[in-house]
Design a protein around this ligand. Structure first.
Ligand SMILES: O=C(O)CCC(=O)C(=O)O
Ligand SMILES: [Fe+2]
Length: 279
C-alpha cells in the first residue's frame, strides 16, 4: 500500500481520489484551490498566539467547546491512557476567536468547507449504487451550513525531554466526523496504518491537502469507506526543538442527519464524546 498524491486538476482526479479513500481511508491532493500562502500565514500567526499568554484569555468553554485547550487537559485518544503532547484551539464561526486572527482563519474555514463539499460530491459520484442508496441525503447536503463543523488549530510544542513515558504528539486514533480536510503541516510526523498493520508516512510536501475518512462516513457507507487509524509521531534529533502546527477541519453533518439505521449524526457524536470522557 502506498499513498499516491493526486493532481486535483487531472482529468481522472475524482475517480483516483475515491479509489485512494476506499483503499487507504486517505487521499492526498496537489494543485487544489486552497492557496498555500493563506495556510502559511495562519501557521505563522497561530504559532505566535500559542507562544503568547493571550491564549489563556480564551480558555475553552465546557458547554460549547470553542476556545483554547491547554496541554494539561488535552485529549487522550480512545483506548489510550497517556495524554497526547499537544495544545489546540477550536474555531467555530459562532465561537470566540481572537480579533487579530479572525479574518484569515474564517476565510480558510469557508474555503476548506467549499472544497469538502466538492470532494463529498466526488465520493458520492464514485460510490457504487448500493452504497449510494444507503446515504439518507446527498453527502454534500449533510454538511451544508452545519454549525458543528470544527476547525482545530493544533500546536505540538518542541520536545522538552520531560514528556510522560510513552506519550506521543497524537496517539493512534480515528476521526469521529464525516471527512477531515488537513493541509500538510509545517513539519512531518503524520502516519496512517496500512491494512497489514504497518505505519506509513503520509506525504508531507507543503501545500498539499490530505483528506481522510472519519467514523461517520464509515458508518453511513456501512464500512465501504474505511476510517483509518492515524497518529503523529515525535520528532527525532534536531527536529525535537521544532514546534509543529496543523489545521484539521472536521466536517460534521448537521445533528439531525440520519447516518444509518442505528444513528443520527447527533446520537453518534454524543456516544463518542461520552466514551472519550469529554461530556
Ligand atoms: O496533526 C496532524 O497532522 C493530524 C491531527 C489529527 O489527526 C487530529 O487532530 O485528529
Ligand atoms: Fe485525526
Amino acid at each position: 500500500m502506498k499513498l499516491e498524491t493526486i493532481d486535483y486538476r487531472a482529468a481522472d482526479s475524482a475517480k483516483r481520489f475515491v479509489e485512494s479513500l476506499r483503499e487507504t481511508g486517505f487521499g492526498v491532493l496537489s494543485n487544489h484551490p486552497i492557496d498555500k500562502e493563506l495556510v502559511e500565514r495562519i501557521y505563522t500567526e497561530w504559532q505566535a498566539f500559542f507562544n503568547s499568554e493571550a491564549k489563556n484569555e480564551f480558555m475553552f468553554n465546557r458547554e460549547t467547546h470553542d476556545g483554547f485547550f491547554p496541554a494539561s487537559i488535552s485529549e487522550t485518544a480512545k483506548g489510550h491512557t497517556v495524554k497526547d503532547i499537544k495544545e489546540y484551539y477550536h474555531v467555530y464561526p459562532w465561537g470566540r476567536i481572537p480579533d487579530s486572527l479572525r479574518a484569515n482563519i474564517l476565510a480558510y474555514y469557508e474555503k476548506a468547507n467549499t472544497l469538502a463539499s466538492e470532494l463529498l460530491e466526488w465520493i458520492e459520484t464514485y460510490s457504487p449504487d448500493e452504497i449510494k442508496a444507503k446515504f439518507s441525503i446527498p453527502l454534500p447536503e449533510m454538511i451544508a451550513n452545519s454549525h458543528k463543523t470544527l476547525l482545530r488549530i493544533l500546536h505540538y510544542p518542541p520536545m522538552t525531554g520531560d514528556e510522560e513515558m510513552g506519550a506521543i504528539r497524537a496517539a493512534a486514533h480515528e476521526d469521529i466526523n464525516l471527512i477531515t480536510v488537513l493541509p500538510t503541516a509545517n513539519e512531518p510526523g503524520l502516519q496512517v496504518k496500512a491494512k497489514d498493520g504497518s505505519w506509513l508516512d503520509v506525504p508531507s510536501d507543503f501545500g498539499n491537502i490530505i483528506i481522510n475518512i472519519g467514523d461517520m462516513l464509515q458508518e453511513a457507507s456501512d464500512g465501504y469507506f474505511p476510517s483509518t487509524s492515524h497518529r503523529v509521531i515525535n520528532p527525532e534529533g534536531t527536529d525535537k526543538t521544532k514546534s509543529r502546527i496543523s489545521l484539521p477541519l472536521f466536517l460534521h453533518p448537521h445533528p439531525s442527519v440520519v447516518l444509518s439505521e442505528r444513528y443520527t449524526a447527533d446520537s453518534y457524536l454524543m456516544e463518542r464524546l461520552r466514551e472519550l470522557g469529554v461530556l
